[in-house]
Design a protein around this ligand. Structure first.
Ligand code: SF4
Length: 407
C-alpha cells in the first residue's frame, strides 16, 4: 500500500556541483533560476539594460548571444558596465557555429564570461566537428570556465542521428522513430561530455541539457540523461511557445522532472509578446519553484477564483494590488526583513472559504461577498485579529499587510 509520503518530491539526484561565476549549479545546491537576453549583444546599452532587468527580477545567471566579432568585442564592456552598476550577475556566452573562432580571437570575451554554452549539433560537421568542439573546450580549460553542452532537438547532430537510424534499421527496428530521436539527443549530450573530459575539462566544469519542444519527449530525455550520468542538468523546454501555452508546457514538464529530483538549474523559455516584458520568464521560473515548495522568493498571495457569491471585483483588485506592491518592494524588503519571502497573504472573496484560507496564511482577509454585511474579518497568525468595516476595506487591509511585513 502506498503511503502519503510516496507522493512527496524524490530526493535530489546526486550531481557534480559546478561553480558558475560564484553561483553553484548541482551538487544539491538550490535549483538556480536563469534566463536569456533577446537583445543584439553588440548593442551594449540595450544588453546591459536587459541583463540588469533580468537580474533584478531574480535571474541568478543570464545568457547572452555571442554570434559574431562585434558581440564578442562587446562582452567585456557589458561586464564592466554591469560591475559599475554593482551587478555581479554571471554572464553565459551562447555560442553556435563559430564559437571556437570567437573565443580564440577575443580573449577578453573568453575571460569576461562565467560559462560557455555550446551546441554539439552546430559546431561543424564530420572531421571539423570534433576539432571545433575541442577548440572551445580547450579555451574553457585555459580560462578555467565551465561549459554547458546544450543539445537541442531543432539542431540535432545529423550525422549522429543518421548513424542511430541506420543502427536501428540494421537491428530490425527495435526502436520507434520517436525513441531513436530521444536516444540520439541523449547520446549527443553524453558523447560530447565524454569527449570534453577526454580533452581535459574536469567533470565539475560540465553541465548538460537536452531540450526539446514536446513535453513527453522532454521528460523522457531528461529521465534517460539523469539515469546515465551525474553531470549537473540544466532544464528547459525549448520553443515552449507564447502566453499560457508556454507557461503550462514548461511548468508541466519541469515540474514533473523536479518532483523526481531531476534538474539543477532551470530556464523558462517564453516567446515574448511584441514589446512584452522579458522578465516574465524569470517570474514564472521563480513561481514554479516556489509553488512546488523548492525555493522561496516572494510572499505568496493566495486568492480565491471568485464566483457568483461575489459580484464585485474588489477582492481581485486587492489581490492584484497587494501582489504588485510586494513585487515592487521586494528588493528592499529582502535586505531589511530576512525571511519575508516565506510569508503568505490570503485575499478571499467571501466567508465560505475566506476564514479557513485566511487562518492558514500569515495574514488574510475575507471580503464581504454579495449580500453579506460590509464587514471583513482579518486573520493574523491564524487568529481573528479584527474586522474591518466601512468603505475603504481594501485600502485598510493594504496598510495592515505592509505593517505586518514591516513588523
Ligand atoms: Fe466564491 Fe466565496 Fe469560494 Fe471565493 S471564497 S470562490 S467568493 S465561495
Amino acid at each position: 500500500m502506498s503511503s502519503a509520503f510516496d507522493f512527496d518530491p524524490q530526493p535530489r539526484r546526486a550531481s557534480v556541483a559546478v561553480d558558475v561565476g560564484g553561483v553553484i549549479v548541482g551538487g544539491g545546491a538550490p535549483v538556480v533560476v536563469q534566463s536569456m537576453t533577446n537583445t543584439d549583444t553588440a548593442d551594449i546599452d540595450a544588453t546591459v539594460a536587459q541583463v540588469a532587468a533580468l537580474h533584478r527580477a531574480g535571474s541568478e545567471l543570464v545568457r547572452i548571444t555571442v554570434d559574431r566579432d562585434e558581440s564578442a568585442a562587446a562582452v567585456p564592456k557589458i561586464r564592466e558596465r554591469l560591475e559599475r552598476l554593482g551587478l555581479d550577475v554571471p554572464l553565459i556566452g551562447d555560442f553556435h557555429y563559430i564559437g571556437h573562432k570567437l573565443l580564440a580571437d577575443h580573449p577578453a570575451c573568453a575571460e569576461a564570461l562565467a560559462k560557455y554554452r555550446i551546441n554539439p549539433g552546430n559546431v561543424g560537421f564530420k572531421a571539423k566537428k570534433d576539432k571545433q568542439f575541442g577548440a572551445i573546450i580547450e579555451r574553457a580549460i585555459q580560462f578555467d570556465k565551465p561549459v554547458r553542452i546544450g543539445v537541442n532537438w531543432g539542431s540535432l547532430d545529423q550525422e549522429l542521428l543518421t548513424r542511430m537510424m541506420d543502427d536501428n534499421q540494421s537491428q530490425g527496428f527495435p526502436l520507434t522513430a520517436q525513441q531513436v530521436m530521444r536516444e540520439t539527443i541523449v547520446q549527443s549530450a553524453l558523447i560530447s561530455a565524454e569527449l570534453a573530459e577526454e580533452i581535459g575539462l574536469p567533470r565539475n566544469r560540465i553541465i548538460l541539457s537536452a531540450k526539446v519542444s514536446n513535453v513527453q519527449d522532454l521528460i523522457a530525455c531528461y529521465a534517460m540523461l539523469s539515469s546515465r550520468s551525474d553531470h549537473a542538468l540544466h532544464l528547459g523546454l525549448t520553443e515552449a511557445g507564447m502566453g499560457s501555452k508556454g507557461i503550462v508546457s514548461s511548468a508541466a514538464s519541469l515540474g514533473i522532472l523536479m518532483q523526481q529530483g531531476i534538474g539543477d538549474t532551470i530556464r523558462i523559455s517564453l516567446t515574448p509578446e511584441p514589446g512584452g516584458d522579458r522578465t516574465r520568464e524569470v517570474q514564472v521560473a521563480q513561481e514554479l519553484l516556489q509553488v512546488m515548495g523548492f525555493r522561496q522568493f516572494i510572499p505568496v498571495v493566495a486568492a480565491c477564483p471568485g464566483c457568483g457569491r461575489t459580484t464585485s471585483t474588489v477582492f481581485q483588485e486587492l489581490a492584484r494590488k497587494i501582489e504588485d506592491d510586494i513585487r515592487r518592494n521586494m528588493p528592499v524588503w529582502r535586505e531589511k526583513y530576512p525571511g519575508v519571502e516565506g510569508l503568505k497573504v490570503a485575499v478571499m472573496g467571501c466567508i465560505v472559504n475566506g476564514p479557513g484560507e485566511s487562518k492558514h496564511a500569515d495574514i488574510g482577509i475575507s471580503l464581504p461577498g454579495t449580500g453579506e454585511l460590509p464587514a471583513a474579518p482579518v486573520y493574523i497568525d491564524g487568529k481573528k485579529a479584527m474586522t474591518i468595516r466601512g468603505t475603504n476595506i481594501a485600502g485598510d487591509f493594504e496598510v495592515l499587510v505592509n505593517a505586518y511585513i514591516e513588523k
